[in-house]
Ligand binder design. Structure first.
Ligand SMILES: NCc1[nH]cc(CCC(=O)O)c1CC(=O)O
Length: 324
C-alpha cells in the first residue's frame, strides 16, 4: 500500500454510510485515497430473531475474516455489534467521537411515548429495549422485528408509504404504532425526521457502545505510517474510555449484545460515571445501579465497568437478566 488504502464494510445502508464517513475522514487526515470493499456478512443474511441469534458477533465475523485475510486494510464496525473480547490479530485502532447515544421512538402520527394509546404495538427485536419499555409501560405490546433500519422503520403505520427513496425497495403497509431504533443510525442515514421522541436514558439505557464506531486494523498496523498517524488522530479518548467501561461491564456480566443489559458512561470532570441496568426480559424486574471513579487511563475505565458489574452480580443481576 502506498497512495491508497481499502476499508471493508457490510452492505447495509447504515454500514456503507458510516464506513464512507470514516473512510473520508481518514483519507483527509492521512492524505491518502480511500477505497471501500463490500463484504457480505452472516448477520445480513440470517432472518431469525435477534434474541435467538446469540448475538456473539454475527454481524462482524465475516468482515473480520476479510481483514485478517488482508482483503482490506481497515474495517469499520458499529461498536455495539462487536463482542467484548477482542480477537487475536486484530486491534481497534480508532474509536471516533460518539454520535447521539440514545434510543429513539419512531411512532405514527408524531406520537410521543406518553401519547401512545393503551396496548400500542411497538416493534423491537432487542430484549434490552423491550424490557425497559415494559418496565415503564406494561400495557404496551412488544412485537419482535428484525431487518435493517429502513425496513424496521417501514413497519410503522404511515411511514413505510413515505419511504420513497428506494431504501425499502417497495411500499410497505405499516402494521405497528412505533418502533425503537438507535438515534445514531437514524442520524447517519438522514432519517431523523421519523424520530418522534428521544428516549431519556433515565427510562431507556442504551446498549454498551451504542452510537460509537470502531475502526479495526490488523495488530501489525495498517502498513502505512500516514494512516497509522491518521487513526491515532481520529480516535477520541473520552469516547474510548466511556465505551471501555460499558463493555467491561458487559464482559464481566458474561453477557452479549442481545442480553437485556443497558449501560451508559459519561464524564463529570475527571469522574467517569457509569450507569447500568439488568432487566428481566418481561420488564417485571429491573436492577439499575451506578458507579463513579476518577479515571485517567483506559485501565481505570475498565475498572469502573468491572466494579459495577461485580456489585450487580452480588445483587443478583445474572438471575434477573437470565444470564445465570
Ligand atoms: N444492531 C444493529 C445496529 N447496530 C448499530 C446500530 C445503530 C448505530 C449505533 O448504535 O451505532 C444498529 C441499529 C439500531 O440499533 O437501531
Amino acid at each position: 500500500m502506498s497512495e491508497s488504502f481499502t476499508v471493508g464494510t457490510r452492505g447495509s445502508a447504515l454500514a456503507t454510510t458510516q464506513t464512507a464517513w470514516a473512510a473520508n475522514q481518514l483519507a483527509e487526515l492521512s492524505g491518502l485515497r480511500a477505497d471501500t470493499v463490500l463484504v457480505r456478512t452472516e448477520g445480513d443474511v440470517v432472518t431469525g430473531s435477534l434474541a435467538t441469534l446469540g448475538g456473539t458477533g454475527v454481524f462482524a465475523a465475516a468482515l473480520r475474516q476479510h481483514l485478517l485475510d488482508a482483503g482490506c486494510d481497515l474495517a469499520v464496525h458499529s461498536l455495539k455489534d462487536l463482542p467484548t473480547v477482542q480477537p487475536q490479530g486484530l486491534a481497534l485502532a480508532a474509536i471516533p467521537v460518539r454520535e447521539d447515544v440514545r434510543d429513539a421512538l419512531c411512532a405514527r402520527d408524531g406520537l410521543s411515548l406518553a401519547q401512545l394509546p393503551d396496548g400500542a404495538k411497538i416493534g423491537t427485536g432487542s430484549p434490552r429495549r423491550a424490557a425497559q419499555l415494559l418496565a415503564h409501560r406494561k400495557d404496551l405490546q412488544i412485537v419482535d422485528i428484525r431487518g435493517n433500519v429502513p425496513t424496521r422503520l417501514g413497519r410503522v403505520k404511515g411511514v413505510g408509504e413515505t419511504l420513497d427513496d428506494g431504501s425499502v425497495g417497495r411500499t410497505v403497509q405499516g402494521d405497528l404504532d412505533a418502533v425503537i431504533l438507535a438515534a445514531a443510525g437514524l442520524h447517519r442515514l438522514g432519517m431523523e425526521r421519523h424520530i418522534t421522541e428521544y428516549l431519556d436514558p433515565a427510562i431507556m439505557l442504551p446498549a454498551p457502545g451504542q452510537g460509537a464506531l470502531a475502526v479495526e486494523v490488523r495488530s501489525t498496523g495498517s502498513g502505512a505510517p500516514e494512516l497509522d498517524a491518521a487513526l491515532e488522530r481520529f480516535d477520541d479518548t473520552a469516547t474510548r474510555w466511556q465505551v471501555a467501561a460499558e463493555r467491561a461491564l458487559l464482559n464481566t456480566l458474561e453477557a452479549g449484545c442481545a442480553a437485556p443489559i443497558g449501560a451508559l458512561a459519561h464524564f463529570e470532570g475527571e469522574q467517569l460515571v457509569l450507569e447500568a441496568v439488568a432487566c428481566r426480559p418481561d420488564g417485571t424486574q429491573i436492577m439499575r445501579q451506578s458507579h463513579a471513579a476518577p479515571v485517567s487511563d483506559e485501565a481505570g475505565a475498565l475498572d469502573v465497568g468491572r466494579a459495577l458489574a461485580h456489585r450487580m452480580l452480588e445483587n443478583g443481576a445474572a438471575v434477573i437478566a437470565g444470564l445465570a
